[in-house]
Design a binder for this molecule. Structure first.
Ligand code: PHE
Length: 463
């Protein structure tokens, strides 16, 4: 097990373990909390279509590139670039990644803390339903109740801070236990259970009367809204794709460095991407029928799932007992993501700055503790941090694919992808075409237009 900067590197022990850890990183609040509300704010089906296009044409190549970099270098993002592109500035891409992870980790752990609030509150709601008067409430009143709860909780001071710190300690504890014993073990058990509960939730939501409109909203592309603000919305779809897949910041360079040489990187990437997208769409199918059935505005923003889901649970036999189970598992889905973020920072500190794993974890937690607290007290900081993936991740992704397409030799990437020539890689030509041309050009183009449109919304006089 990896305990310090030097010595034997830890690795994932089995193929299933690799997939569980990677899917654990990818699947999380990005799928269940962020994806539905971003889709809701940006026009539904048309956004989903653009999103899926980006996942396939850009997401898979970026993910494979990260794996190639990580596994061939066997190091954290900064160390990896230093090793495979010595004497160049490429390690700054790794640095950009570490900074992005820091920012994302801070606000993400805050939202992860919200799930704990809902776990605890579910217990109260289950135990004392009379106190809250649930029996006499219809769906509209229930929606109002949960919306009020969200408001009063997130605008409070102490509870969000406390839950944030609890989540951080939990993450730190798992990361200190190491890759095989911590991350892999937790992910293997919890991710499958989570999927089952999500499927049950989906079944209930689509059978709610009046939910059909929600499915139409999610699946029938209507480009009206995209036409109004194409560049902002398209950049947001790209940012969400990167965020949800955990790419563009070196998380998967780090996890890639723990994948054994014999594993198939391409099929791993495709499976992870497919699982992540499947879960995001399931979350959409769970949320939108209910949103429409209960008369909620799909463009409500970050509170969307927190006020919709409890009402669906209230409509199920067993009621909020489902909410309790769901939020417990959502919390774990979030933890399998936060550990992958913390792991990037810890791998960087321990390998580049020669710190012990324990010290590196503590230091990261103290700094993230500060930034996260800032997010809980200032809605502005929270909003800025939450918007940062849209810009930072495509930027990181651009450099990562460009590196693999233009700098890292074709032979080396083919050696890595084919596990030293033991595997047939008929797709390599297509891969090279994607990382050389399609992905970098598409990202650069969308990024430039997206930034331009963000700037003119902020300073209309320029446009
Ligand atoms: N992909 C994770 C999710 O969807 C979030 C994440 C971002 C994880 C960045 C790691 C790194 O919830």
């Amino acid at each position: 097990m990896l305990q310090g900067g030097k010595g034997d590197r830890d690795s994932f022990s089995s193929k299933f373990g690799v997939l569980a850890a990677l899917a654990g990183s990818a699947i999380g609040l990005g799928n269940i909390w962020r994806f539905p509300y971003v889709v809701g704010q940006n026009g539904g089906g048309a956004f989903l279509l653009v999103y899926i296009l980006f996942i396939a044409a850009i997401g898979i190549p970026v993910m494979m590139s990260e794996f190639v970099i990580g596994r061939s270098a066997q190091l954290n993002p900064v160390g990896a670039f230093k090793k495979i592109a010595p004497g160049t500035k490429w390690h700054l891409v790794g640095m950009l990644g570490v900074v992005s992870v820091f920012i994302i980790f801070s606000f993400y752990t805050v939202v992860a803390g919200w799930t704990l609030e809902y776990v605890i509150q579910s217990v109260r709601w289950i135990l004392f339903p009379e106190k809250f008067g649930f029996a006499s409430m219809d769906n509209a009143a229930l929606t109002q109740f949960f919306s009020n709860h969200y408001e009063s909780f997130t605008s409070g001071l102490w509870r969000p801070i406390i839950w944030f710190f609890v989540m951080m300690l939990l993450t730190g504890y798992i990361v200190i236990s190491g890759v095989k014993n911590g991350i892999e073990k937790v992910a293997k058990i919890l991710m499958p259970i989570f999927l089952v509960i999500l499927l049950i939730l989906v079944t209930r939501s689509v059978t709610l009367g009046g939910g059909r409109e929600g499915l139409v909203f999610l699946f029938k592309p209507d480009f009206t809204q995209i036409k109004e603000e194409p560049f902002r919305i398209i950049l947001e779809a790209l940012g969400q794709a990167f965020f949800s897949l955990s790419i563009g910041m070196g998380t998967l360079i780090t996890y890639g460095s723990y994948i054994k040489k014999k594993e198939n990187l391409a099929s791993t990437a495709v499976s992870v991407v497919a699982a992540d997208t499947f879960v995001a769409i399931l979350a959409g199918i769970a949320i939108f029928p209910a949103v429409f059935a209960f008369g909620i505005d799909p463009a409500d923003g970050p509170e969307l799932v927190y006020k919709t889901l409890p009402v669906i649970f209230q409509n199920m036999a067993g009621g909020l007992i489902w909410a309790f189970m769901f939020f417990v598992l959502l919390c774990f889905a979030a933890v399998t993501s936060t550990i992958s973020m913390l792991e990037v920072i810890v791998a960087y500190l321990s390998e580049q700055l020669n710190m012990s794993r324990k010290k590196a974890t503590l230091l990261s937690m103290i700094s993230v503790g500060f930034l996260g607290t800032l997010c809980t007290v200032s809605p502005d900081v929270f909003a800025i941090f939450n918007a940062s993936p849209d810009l930072m991740l495509p930027l990181g992704g651009f450099f990562i694919v460009t590196f693999i397409g233009w700098i890292f030799s074709r032979d080396k990437s083919s050696k890595e992808l084919s596990s030293d020539g033991t595997r047939n890689i008929g797709y390599h030509k297509l891969f090279m075409f994607l990382v050389k041309f399609v992905a970098p050009l598409a990202i650069a183009f969308l990024f430039a237009l997206g930034v331009y449109s963000k700037v003119i919304t902020l300073f209309p006089s320029i446009g």
